[in-house]
Design a protein around this ligand. Structure first.
Ligand SMILES: [Zn+2]
Length: 488
């Protein structure tokens, strides 16, 4: 039984998809105007664990992710510049080039973190007609009004507005007003109202703009996600036309917890107003990464990229391992020391896998012993308890200890570790045992001779030579084990 914490109901619930074993999963993608930092990427690692857990529980997952390549303004309250157009000006490139460049960079980072790619990646600019069609339905139903700068959604007309953030309409309005981040444009009826369609400014030529029944402009950030959801998982479009009666509820929608009060609240408001049906059954949110008492974010200037980790010699997977050491619903504090410990932990795990592989060739059809079957159950229980990765890792470490202490069968142990890694995604399947290069073999033989004749200084010198070539040297009771230092 898989239990997940649902932000909407504020409790852990048994997961029940709408269509048997088929699950629709939507994850909010990046706004592609700069590199994703490791704080952003924590959310994608959490969503990857969610997806892998669903697959592990024999669900067929249809994973959809958007790319926000237009309409996300520098302020979430629909003021300021379009983030992508702004970067295009700064970098002297076209808005489309910026979007393409940072989309590729984002997908590359995800690959380095061993995040499984979505089934569908949907850039917002490819669904402009669908956006217009959904806004027309909202207009017909009386949810919209026009201002000088766009078509807005009137949140006071929405039933249960703010339910995801556990605040009613008044409370959410007061809260947003208290937060200095939101400035109320004079024509907006309520502070929580948001733009569905923004008009291009008459003073400035935009690169990304399209004609619409209301005027030339571009869609708002929140409607883009609603449209892509309804198109692929809600089956509510016939070609580019929105058919409200056809809309289906979606199983899971996930994202970072910062999206709850505005972006996801507004996605719900639009879709439920347009369809009259529940939008999403399970809402899952991942917590922040914290750096020196501040949330990591581009606006605070507190940013570390995957590239920065690599430059300092860390494997991106050591960051994944660090993330898995905290529960996704708890803030995680990043420090270089913590990353260092994570890299050490990951190295120890890969040494253990290497050890198993040295002892026996893996064989996936092998049966597990009762002790290992029990550990598999323990692991599954942890991960199915709202994706408790720290607990699942503790089971993994228990397996490693038991392997060395109780001399477990290496084939079976490797088999179980591989099962664990289908969820953890630490890249352990990439570890292979190759014959040592001849140069290393010769050095090793020379070192053995020195050791046998008690020439310790010379032996130690050769050890350093081997290490300088990227190999580690371990003298064990069963002989010397030489292996590559970086296996993944
Ligand atoms: Zn979104």
């Amino acid at each position: 039984m898989l239990n997940l914490y649902n932000t909407l109901t504020r409790k852990k619930e048994a997961f029940k998809p709408l269509k048997g074993r088929k699950v629709g999963l939507y994850t909010c993608g990046p706004t592609v105007y700069s590199y994703a930092h490791i704080g952003n990427l924590r959310t994608y690692v959490f969503e990857d664990i969610l997806k892998r857990t669903l697959l592990f529980n024999d669900y067929q997952v249809n994973h959809l992710m958007n790319i926000t390549d237009v309409g996300h303004l520098t302020s979430d309250a629909d003021t300021g510049e379009d983030k992508i157009e702004k970067t295009a000006k700064k970098e002297k490139k076209s808005a489309y080039q910026i979007a393409e460049f940072y989309t590729k960079a984002f997908l590359k980072d995800c690959e380095k973190l061993n995040i499984l790619p979505p089934n569908i990646i949907a850039p917002a600019t490819e669904y402009i007609k669908e956006n217009i069609s959904l806004i027309q339905v909202l207009e017909k139903k009386g949810y919209t009004y026009k201002t000088k700068d766009g078509i807005y959604f009137d949140t006071s007309k929405s039933k249960d507005y703010g339910k995801l953030a556990n605040m009613d309409f008044d409370k959410l309005n007061k809260t947003l007003k208290a937060g200095a981040r939101i400035e109320l444009s004079p024509e907006k009826r309520n502070i929580t109202d948001f733009s569905l369609w923004k008009f291009s400014s008459p003073n400035e030529k935009r690169q990304m703009e399209w004609p619409s029944p209301w005027g030339t402009g571009f869609p708002g950030w929140h409607i883009e996600c609603a449209v892509i959801n309804l198109k692929y998982l809600g089956n509510a479009f016939k070609n580019e036309t929105f058919i409200p009666e056809q809309a289906e509820t979606i199983d899971i929608h996930a994202g970072g917890s910062d999206l709850i009060p505005i972006h996801h609240t507004n996605e719900i408001a639009q879709v439920e107003a347009a369809t009259g049906k529940k939008f999403v059954n399970y809402w899952l949110h991942g917590e922040f990464l914290i750096l020196k008492d501040l949330r990591m974010g581009k606006s605070t200037g507190n940013v570390i990229l995957i590239d920065d980790l690599e430059k300092k010699g860390y494997s991106p997977l050591s960051y994944r391992y660090l993330v898995l050491n905290a529960h996704y619903r708890k803030p995680l504090e990043f420090s270089w020391q913590a990353l260092n410990n994570a890299q050490q932990g990951l190295n120890d795990i890969s040494n253990f896998i290497y050890h198993c592989l040295l002892k026996a060739k893996p064989n996936s059809s092998i049966k597990l012993s009762p002790v290992l079957i029990d550990m598999q159950k323990e692991f599954k229980k942890a991960i199915n308890d709202d994706l408790n990765t720290p607990q699942a890792l503790a089971v993994f470490w228990k397996l490693i200890k038991k392997y060395y202490k109780e001399k477990l069968d290496p084939k079976q142990t490797y088999q179980l570790a591989s099962i664990f890694d289908t969820i953890l995604g630490l890249g352990l399947d990439k570890i292979k045992v190759f014959p040592l290069p001849q140069e290393i073999q010769l050095l090793n033989e020379k070192r053995e001779k020195m050791r046998k004749s008690a020439k310790w200084t010379e032996a130690d010198k050769i050890r350093k030579e081997i290490e300088a070539l990227g190999f580690s040297v371990n003298d064990t009771k069963e002989g010397t084990i030489i292996q590559p230092k970086n296996k993944i």
